[in-house]
Design a binder for this molecule. Structure first.
Ligand SMILES: Cc1cc2nc3c(=O)[nH]c(=O)nc-3n(C[C@H](O)[C@H](O)[C@H](O)COP(=O)(O)OP(=O)(O)OC[C@H]3O[C@@H](n4cnc5c(N)ncnc54)[C@H](O)[C@@H]3O)c2cc1C
Length: 460
């Protein structure tokens, strides 16, 4: 069958974004609107996060969370993109109310990790602006000067980078803000079964993608289809092993108001051998007396996969793919026992005052890793009109304000040759180095205890 050409892209072209309520999808829609595109449809299983994620079970999207780190010690293309993003976090009316610049400590105790951080620090010293925003902290005393709450922490041997122009983003509020802006622009949105991607719609005579068929059987026609389906991407479209989806664990600690006042405005503390945590966040509730103060924390490790046989679009037969199991669809899932231990360790090390306090919530959150931790932003080689905007590799929330501009550059044929090469279709690499995260190969959830309750074919 011939590979058909796509129609020229105009401001009236019909563009569908699958996964449009997630980080990269909503950002893509925002940038399309800002560049004058008028016929945009978002499809997603769930709508924008709203405060549902805080009070009830969390939704699927990686951004459906109370806070995420916003800042970066990257250089190269990722550094350039983060720089543009930081400007938007500080100044763009859609984002600026959701960014909290409390500073970030990125530290380690292991000598190899310290050496990596030191390299990243030194790479920034030649930058006229960044060099003034960062500082190397080489001992406990220097760390406590910037992070006084770590005075009772288990931080012997820690060294790292202090970045005063970083902090955290109120993740679901920021994505909600994008959603409100998209509604203002008149973007069409379909959520639920009718917004759930089943397969691409192909032209009868060519392999060109001309739309999407959703789970309810409806056909949605389009000139361009963008798949921004995050960790679900490799189970929906055969990506030939380019992305491996993995999960990490999030936990919430509840503080009293008095405790929250003491911990308010602490910097984000990240240690790649342990995990990371944020200042307490006030979570208002519509019922009097139910407002809460929550500290969010995460463990850091190579992630868990969930490999099973499935047949994504484009695979001639069932293949092994790591398929996310969303907390929204399975709100009673717990987290693996060993993950609980790791989370307790984060508290012991970073917030020892609360080492005996139970978590009020814990759940698994999914990302999809590429082998080189670079995005997969490209046209599908076999289906003109079908674009991939995925491969977040666990570091894409920070780019919420700007990731979409890169996707729109791709659609408009304006992406630089260097970026197109970096983010091109690049099958056959698998995940040989666990996406540069290092450490042991990721374990599979199917081999672990304590995470599901018998309704999963991989659970005990
Ligand atoms: C524990 C944890 C902590 C993290 N912390 C940070 C951090 O501090 N800073 C940072 O920058 N990044 C962080 N990340 C990574 C960040 O959350 C992700 O990189 C980012 O959110 C991924 O964006 P995405 O658009 O690719 O996917 P998502 O935001 O997950 O969006 C995918 C969307 O696709 C939808 N979808 C799925 N299947 C279908 C279907 N069949 N049909 C239609 N729609 C579908 C989903 O509902 C979802 O809305 C963290 C991730 C985890 C797991």
């Amino acid at each position: 069958m011939a590979i058909g050409l796509t129609t020229p892209l105009t401001h009236d072209s019909a563009i569908i974004i699958v996964g449009g309520a997630g980080t990269i999808g909503s950002s893509t829609a925002l940038h399309l609107c800002r560049r004058g595109y008028k016929n945009i449809t978002l499809l997603d299983v769930y709508g924008f996060p709203s405060d549902y994620a805080m009070h009830g079970s969390s939704q699927s999207a990686g951004a459906s969370d109370i806070n995420k780190i916003v800042g970066s010690s990257n250089s190269g293309t990722r550094g350039e993109i983060t720089e543009m993003t930081m400007d938007m976090w500080r100044n763009d009316p859609v984002f600026k109310d959701y960014y909290h610049e409390v500073g970030e400590l990125s530290a380690a105790a292991d000598s190899e990790h310290i050496a990596d951080l030191r390299r990243s620090y030194e790479a920034k010293l030649s930058h006229p602006v960044k060099s003034k925003e960062i500082k190397w902290l080489s001992n406990r005393e220097e760390i406590i000067t910037h992070c006084p709450h770590l005075a009772s922490g288990l931080i012997d041997g820690w060294q790292g980078i202090w970045n005063e122009r970083a902090g955290w983003g109120a993740a679901n509020d920021a994505v909600d803000s994008v959603g409100r802006e998209l509604r203002r622009f008149g973007v069409k949105m379909v959520f639920g079964q009718g917004g759930t991607f089943d397969r691409p719609l192909l032209d009868d005579d060519t392999t060109r993608c001309i739309g999407v068929i959703t789970k309810d059987g409806a056909k949605h026609y389009a000139d361009r289809v963008v798949m921004a389906t995050g960790a679900w991407s490799p189970s929906l479209i055969d990506l030939e092993g380019q992305c491996v989806s993995k999960c990490w664990i999030v936990a919430h600690l509840e503080l009293s108001e008095e405790e929250a006042v003491r911990y308010k405005s602490i910097p984000v503390v990240y240690n790649e051998e342990v995990g990371f945590c944020f200042e307490p966040r006030f979570i208002p509730h519509h019922q009097p007396g139910k407002d809460r103060w929550i500290i969010k924390l995460c463990d850091e490790f190579p992630g868990y996969t969930r490999f099973m046989e499935t047949q994504p679009f484009g695979a001639g037969q069932p293949i092994k793919v790591s398929v996310p199991r969303s907390h929204s669809a399975h709100p009673t899932d717990t987290v693996p026992e060993e993950g609980q231990h790791r989370l307790r360790r984060v508290v012991e090390v970073m917030l020892p005052e609360f080492k005996d306090r139970e978590f009020v919530k814990s759940y698994m959150c999914w990302c999809t890793d590429t082998a080189d931790a670079e995005w997969l932003f490209c046209q599908h080689p076999g289906h003109p009109g079908l674009y991939l905007a995925t491969g977040d590799s666990g570091h894409s929330f920070v780019t919420l304000p700007s990731a979409g501009s890169q996707v729109v550059d791709l659609l408009e044929g304006k992406a630089s040759a260097e970026r197109m090469r970096k983010w091109a279709w690049r099958p056959g690499r698998g995940d040989p180095e666990h996406t540069g995260r290092g450490g042991e190969p990721p374990k599979d959830l199917g081999d672990l205890k304590g995470w599901a309750h018998g309704d999963d074919e991989r659970a005990e």
